[in-house]
Design a protein around this ligand. Sequence first.
Ligand SMILES: Cc1cc2nc3c(=O)[nH]c(=O)nc-3n(C[C@H](O)[C@H](O)[C@H](O)COP(=O)(O)OP(=O)(O)OC[C@H]3O[C@@H](n4cnc5c(N)ncnc54)[C@H](O)[C@@H]3O)c2cc1C
Length: 481
Amino acid sequence: MRGTIVRMATAGKRRLVVLGTGWGGYAFLKSLSRSTLSQLDVKVVSPTTSFSFTPLLAQASCGTLDFRSALEPIHSTRGIAFHHAWCDALDLCKQRIEVTPASKPEFRPADPLTPTSPTRAQERATTYSIGYDYLVVAVGSYNATYGTEGVKENALFLKDVSDARAIRWRILSAFEGTNAAYPQPLSKEDEEQVRARLGFVVVGGGPTGAEFAAELHDLIRQDLTKIYPHLARLASIKLLDAGKSILSSFDKGLAEYAMQKFARDGIEVVLNARINSVTDQGVWVQNPHGGAELMRAGMVVWSTGITAAPIVKALRGVAKEDRSHKWLTDAKLNLLVHQPARDKGEIRGNIHQPAPDKQEGDVVPMTNVWAIGDCSSQATPLPATAQVANQKGSYLAAVFNASPTHPSAQEPFKFKDKGSMASIGSNEALIDSPVGKDKGALAWLLWRSAYTIMAMSWRNRFLVPANWASNLLFGRDVGRF
Ligand SMILES: Cc1cc2nc3c(=O)[nH]c(=O)nc-3n(C[C@H](O)[C@H](O)[C@H](O)COP(=O)(O)OP(=O)(O)OC[C@H]3O[C@@H](n4cnc5c(N)ncnc54)[C@H](O)[C@@H]3O)c2cc1C
């Protein structure tokens, strides 16, 4: 199939290709009108068959929500062709992308952490190409590890629902396995072993890390303690951050409030933490004397920010932000490219054939290519959030809806900051918005209401509060499957 162009029954229509079905891609597709869809040949390329509602992933990973409540299937009945695949190469001058089929979804009877799918190398044989007239890139970002040794092998990330599933599996199996291995009564030596196995380390004190630590605390103290009281008292949660505070994107007073609450809950916040490496024993943290100490852990969750996706790094001839390597767009979200590279037909990249990039010459917008969400930035950078990606997706859909066959924005994109929220456990949350700041139980009620309303389907608008009500009555889901 390599080198062939997939032709659909929609021949004759202009071809719109969308890369990615996260916040940006999903919001864009969802907001395209029926009329727009009927006038275009729309293809979506994504390695994930569902959209993950990221703000609820911490809850899904700790059994507060069912996994289904935090995702939306993306197979569409609206005439959109879905390619379950990775885009591995782009040639923006030839208006063509190369895609590699993603692993087939499989039922994995054992540990979901064990890969059973064919390797990317095997799959590469079936690579094929797709031509486009319009391209919307919303491939998001990857987890940043800053080259820290052992992170990819020994830590878990929390980026989508399958990560949440792996984390929940690991937490519950840590308790189940420890319970089986250390029958009561526990000796002093047993207790040491149990402490190590049930030590949970979260690296990164941003909203994701802090929310996850808080949810894990609630799962252990409210539910697992009823099943394993002798083990739960020995479990510990440590939240590590390289900076002087956790939740540093929030108002100082709110971040301070969260730290005080975590201290009361027994979540140990370790600031100015420098991680040397992560091993299967835990995390090696630098000490003030130049050495390193092992913080023993049965599970490490790594959430220290984002880095550009390989396909974003690989594309040459495009204007990029200096440190993050995100693609730069103009105010109408059109991709900015270097004129000399465009004139030579060299706006291309392949993740399997990396080549040096020359960032030289004037930049000009590519009027048939747009980049939205975490993979892109603008002259005035915006935060890498769902809110920004969602608003950019909706803005761009409005551009297409206004003129499906010749999309061209009249007005620049304007971000409306609705503020930030974070749940900090035990029915408390923080709200930091342009309208006001709040913390505690009322903020938590607003947090829950907001995420119920923001759910992307009526099904989840029903399921999310139903899950919360069920927890209130029957406790969290602590089953492993
Ligand atoms: C746990 C967690 C909690 C969060 N909570 C909040 C919150 O409360 N509020 C908030 O505003 N933000 C939150 N965020 C941040 C927010 O989720 C991101 O900013 C947002 O997802 C960015 O949207 P995106 O469309 O750019 O990328 P993503 O949502 O990451 O989507 C990227 C898509 O591209 C696909 N893709 C990747 N590579 C390729 C490729 N080569 N070819 C084709 N497709 C590809 C992916 O499979 C995915 O479908 C949270 C993030 C996480 C991880």
